[in-house]
Ligand binder design. Sequence first.
Ligand code: OXD
Ligand code: MN
Length: 622
Amino acid sequence: MTSDKTYSVEEVRAGAPADAPEELVAWVTEQANLAKPDSIYWADGSDEEWDRLTTEMVEGGTFTRLNPEKRPNCFLARSLPSDVARVESRTFICCEKEEDAGPTNHWADPAEMRATLKEKFDGVMRGRTMYVVPFSMGPLGGPISQLGIEITDSAYVVVSMRIMTRMGAAALKLIGEGKPWVPALHSVGYPLRDADGTTREEVAWPCNDDKYITHFPETNEIISYGSGYGGNALLGKKCFALRIASTMARRDGWMAEHMLILRLTEEATGKQFHVTAAFPSACGKTNLAMLQPTIPGYKVSTVGDDIAWMRPGADGRLYAINPEAGFFGVAPGTSYHTNPMAMDTMKANSIFTNVALTDDGDVWWEGIDAPLPDHLIDWLGNDYTPADAADGKKAAHPNSRFTVPAEQCPIICEDWEAPAGVPIDAILFGGRRATNVPLVAEQYDPAHGVFIGASVASEVTAAATDVKAGSLRHDPFAMLPFCGYNMADYWGHWLEMQAKLGSKFPKIYQVNWFRKDEEGHFMWPGYGDNSRVLDWIVRRAGGEVEAIDGVTGRYPKIEDFNLDGLDIDEAKWNKLFEINPAAWAAELDDTEEYFTQFGDKLPAEITAELGKFRERIAAAQA
Ligand code: OXD
Ligand code: MN
């Protein structure tokens, strides 16, 4: 038997920064007495702390320091094959009534889940340090921003949170001034010692096969157990900024969305236009957020690549901030061709997870500019040669990531940290759709816009482990894994926000960069050429161009759309907008069936939109 250390409030207080308020010290003490760490460390977010923790992780084998001449202050981590992505099947919304979580979430009774987690956390940090990590989602002190404290036993999480959030002493100071904060408790679930004194070897990537990613929206709490990876462990991101924030937003009249934010500036006039866009995971959101226009006259700057918090401003318009401070982007496919700005962002001060390592200490992944070298160490830590590639093995995991400070992005918007946010002019919804969905369609009216968001379906990619890649899945508003409450109530909230803001609510567009021809080739070049779609949307907003009424929405006229320099003639254009009424009738049947699971909660407006859609299909068939 070992005797576990008992922490008194006085002892924790003595080790805490002076700014830590009593209620925080009490919470940390309670968690310490449950998890039983060997020590408690309060993160301050300093350079010295980053250097110390990264060096410790290099010594411990969690990090490999990359070649400082090629990638200064950059590190590579390799997780375990069992811990490479978000685990949706182990993600729970714990609220009193199951119907408040809704049919698309995994629900758990809060009291039962608390009891389960209490057992899991009992002694879970034996032999480890408990890190207390204060953070702000959104600019420090901003009116839309929120504060949190993550307790974690992972130094990888601490340094990642330093990139992804405003982490450290300044956030704690605001908490000390009495601002509300969200408690977020995390453990990798791998104690180094058991209650009976049995010890366990440290490993480079501690985690547990049993995982719980839990949210208590009624009390604004997050508890995560068993994973050290991404959205399972960096609790400011999906857990707080989406699942918990979406429920806060509904209560308080704002919106927490899985959306990038970009600014388009018309160079001739300096006029600015702001767009938010929701796409399911790994549909190129970071690429769109950092788009390099291929048509003259516009400049794009990036506000955020993943999450938008939006609130009505005094002028009745919708204003958005990016609650994050970094980008956690998918590495494979990222190159100077697909996203030069992301490539320049990750030149220094970055963490790479599950990419391959070159012999000269740099990173490599499928789709990067450099050709496959003769030798690599793959994401599993094994030798990798072109013969492995020929066998179909990947050197980098398909969901491998770069974690980079947003401020290093060469086109970060000059006021990306404006506390009140930027006014939004248009909202885009997209997915990966080889068939059916045209390049761009404008809403008929606001309720049709919500219908567009609600009926998003996309081909599945690698960002979650437990959904079958390649299949089509419904992902309403790209929020399926991220909405902290009943999805139908969420649609109701959108309709309410639209009613509140009236004509000032941004117009909604459906986009699809991924349509394929009969030979399976993409029909639209995508990437920088998506600026052509944005250009049409801007000109629609300015009332310069008309649109044609179609089955899924209003489409551009070819003569109004900038196709200069593209190999797209009228026949190809028509294919990009082709509507097969029978295929759409089948898609609508499927959508209607999907909606039935929400029962009475489905807003009447959405049912009405289904009816109008069927009328448009019938008219097209006539
Ligand atoms: C992400 C995701 O990591 O959406 O951003 O999965
Ligand atoms: Mn995302």
